[in-house]
Design a protein around this ligand. Structure first.
Ligand code: ZN
Ligand code: ZN
Ligand code: ZN
Length: 279
């Protein structure tokens, strides 16, 4: 079972690997830097070595990084777009230095200029970044919850971006269960999951699904709310996740929690819940 959580890099970046190991994660996700802000300090060589050493020690074969919060690769505003592309290039390089497999990217917002523009910009951003950085890190487009002006909440929109990619073997998809549910894709029953995956397969192709973000949803089906909930306590519910973990396709993918940390639970309780439902 490849199950993990988004762990903090606070202190030094290699501490993230210790945190994942302490949680008994078999995969994990990080931000390679503070996600709130545009600037990033260069990675320290010793920390990178230590990070990679711990990855080997604890037998991590698959680990993921996530883009910081501010970049918007679908932005129609030239300055924001340029900064976002720089940031994507930088994160691609940093992920490569750390030996990570995937970089998850939010597709972003067209800010009212229309889906066609957003899709074009997102593809342009990914193509530019991949033309500047030559490494083994695969960019994963993460589906959105369908908030106003967002790009990529529908499988069709993600497919339109993929159609414009000039490096098809370097781009895949990360599905966030909370975002997908909020966008109207149901996961509450075995049949609903099979339908959602059939849609994904017909429109995008299951081969391209590389990582699943495992989050329950505070918002209802189709609510367009990006509000993560503890596994089993949200609108997808325990049964949905039990069925999801028993789906032969999903079961074998890297599954990463981005659940809340509050008085009702933390990663440890959510991981325990997932392991119980996975059996
Ligand atoms: Zn995300
Ligand atoms: Zn996510
Ligand atoms: Zn989210």
């Amino acid at each position: 079972m490849l199950l993990g959580a988004h762990v903090s890099i606070s202190g030094t970046i290699d501490k993230a690997v210790d945190r994942a190991h302490e949680l008994r994660c078999t995969t994990f996700q990080i931000f390679t830097r503070n996600p709130r802000g545009w600037k990033a300090k260069k990675l320290n060589d010793e920390e990178v070595e230590e990070f990679k050493k711990k990855m080997r020690e604890y037998n991590y074969n698959i680990a993921v990084s996530h883009m910081p919060y501010l970049p918007n690769i679908s932005s129609p505003i030239q300055q924001t777009f340029r900064k976002s592309v720089s940031s994507l290039i930088q994160e691609l390089e940093r992920s490569g230095e750390l030996g990570l497999n995937y970089l998850v990217v939010h597709i972003g917002s067209h800010l009212g200029k229309g889906l066609d523009i957003g899709i074009k910009k997102a593809a342009e951003a990914v193509n530019t970044a991949l033309s500047k950085v030559d490494n083994d890190v695969m960019i994963l487009l993460e589906n959105m919850a369908g908030q106003r002006n967002s790009v990529g909440s529908k499988f069709e929109d993600i497919k339109r971006i993929l159609n414009l990619i000039e490096y098809p073997d370097r781009v895949g998809v990360c599905i966030d269960t909370c975002h997908a549910f909020a966008a109207g894709y149901d996961f509450r029953t075995r049949e609903a999951i099979e339908n959602t995956l059939r849609d994904f397969d017909e429109i995008i192709g299951l081969k391209l699904l590389k990582v699943v973000h495992i989050n329950d949803s505070k918002g209802d089906l189709g609510s367009h709310l990006d509000r993560h909930e503890h596994i089993g306590m949200g609108k997808i519910g325990e049964n949905g996740f039990r069925e999801l973990f028993h789906n032969p396709y999903i079961r074998n993918l890297p599954l990463i929690l981005e659940t809340p940390v509050d008085s009702r639970g933390d990663f440890s309780t959510n991981l325990a819940k997932c392991r119980e439902l996975y059996l």
